[in-house]
Design a protein. Structure first.
Length: 371
């Protein structure tokens, strides 16, 4: 099999930096029963179970939640936030079930959320608590705001595998490198046309023409939407329609690199409800617990993540420092965040993703990595 890769590296959305920070795919979500778990065990790639599920990384029970007073929320107060959110989520599902049964027109999820919150007439603190949990589930996991999600179907296929998340000690890059060992990979080879009109498949690239019995196209949805590959004959109408209608979310990260750790060594995730939740991350993840490195990672999804892409490096650093000091006080150091490689923030708008494909004699598939 020959792989044609447009980038100057392999992995695509999998990208582990030199310090082991996964800038793209990060966890094995739902460790039990997940084919990725079986794969990394077969490849003898070390990983650790951190618990939780695909929404509450490490598990909400294990998460230390910091409230508006910048103090750790007592157990009862923490449980109260989840109870409020569960009521809203259960009501959402009840109304969605009725809408599906009646075949009512779909609506943006945000419209129904706002209706439920208005009817409940929560005070500011309780509404912020509900929105915090919704941001964990929607913004940071589904990677989209409720305004961009279907009220009737946003939960379809949401939970696939068993309970509990795991992290790879060497990052997801170790999986890519292991799978690539016996492959022929042509880097910086941009696919321009795929012609299946006459027997063998002809793939025209920036570095020449390749022929194969079959071709497996694994380009990002954005590449297909931009029509950066000329398919001859054109893709079937049903596929073109699906490409037009499908959307994709955003999940960006800010990795804060420090010279030394100043937070508890055994805590994996810190919950952040210190400020207005729609404008700030919901969690701060410690890589000390999983990798033994003094690095904190902030997750910013959907519109918040897209907004962060436009910020200056100074604004990102100030913003991240505010979050960390809200939790850990004045002992929190200013991170070595910029310039790289001392820190990272992921972005998508600065460089469009070029096209790549795999040419192969027989069709194959591999499991997709998680968030």
């Amino acid at each position: 099999m020959r792989v044609l890769e447009a980038r100057d590296r392999i992995g695509g959305r999998i990208w582990t930096d030199g310090d082991g920070v996964d800038l793209g795919a990060h966890w094995i979500h739902g460790t039990e029963g997940n084919p990725l778990t079986e794969l990394v065990e077969q490849l003898e790639i070390p990983f650790s179970y951190v618990g939780g599920d695909s929404s509450y990384t490490g598990g909400f029970d294990s998460l230390i939640l910091f409230g508006p007073d910048r103090q750790i929320a007592p157990a009862m107060a923490k449980s109260h936030t989840l109870e409020l959110a569960d009521k809203v989520l259960h009501e959402l599902e009840r109304r969605a079930e009725i809408a599906r049964r009646r075949d009512d027109p779909d609506r943006p999820l945000v419209a129904v959320v706002d209706e439920i919150l208005a009817e409940a007439a929560y005070g500011y603190a309780d509404e912020q608590a509900v929105r915090y949990h919704l941001n964990v589930i929607l913004r940071e996991d589904v990677a989209e705001d409720p305004g961009g999600l279907s009220f009737k179907y946003w939960e379809d296929g949401y939970r696939v595998y068993g309970y509990g998340d795991s992290v790879l000690h060497l990052g997801y890059q170790a999986v890519v490198e292991a799978l690539a060992r016996d492959l022929t990979i042509e880097l910086e080879t941009v696919v321009q046309q795929i012609d299946t009109s006459a027997g063998a498949v002809r793939v025209t690239t920036s570095r020449g023409v390749y022929e194969a019995d079959k071709v497996l196209v694994t380009v990002p949805l954005g590449v297909l939407k931009a029509n950066e590959i000329d398919f001859s004959p054109p893709l079937p109408e049903v596929k073109r329609h699906a490409i037009e209608r499908l959307g994709f979310g955003t999940l960006n990260k800010i990795a804060l690199h420090y010279d030394e750790r100043f937070w508890p060594a055994d805590q994996y995730v810190f919950g952040y409800l210190c400020r207005e939740t729609d404008s700030y991350p919901t969690v701060v993840i410690s890589m000390w617990k999983s990798h033994g490195k003094p690095i904190l990672v902030l997750l910013l999804g959907a519109s918040l993540g897209r907004a962060m892409e436009t910020w200056t490096d100074e604004k990102v650093s100030d913003y991240a420092t505010t979050v960390v000091r809200d939790i850990f006080g004045r002992k929190a150091l200013r991170p070595n965040i910029f310039p790289e490689p001392h820190g990272h923030r992921t972005r998508t708008h600065t460089a469009p993703t070029p096209a790549s494909a795999s040419t192969l004699p027989h069709a194959t598939s591999t499991p997709s990595p998680n968030r």
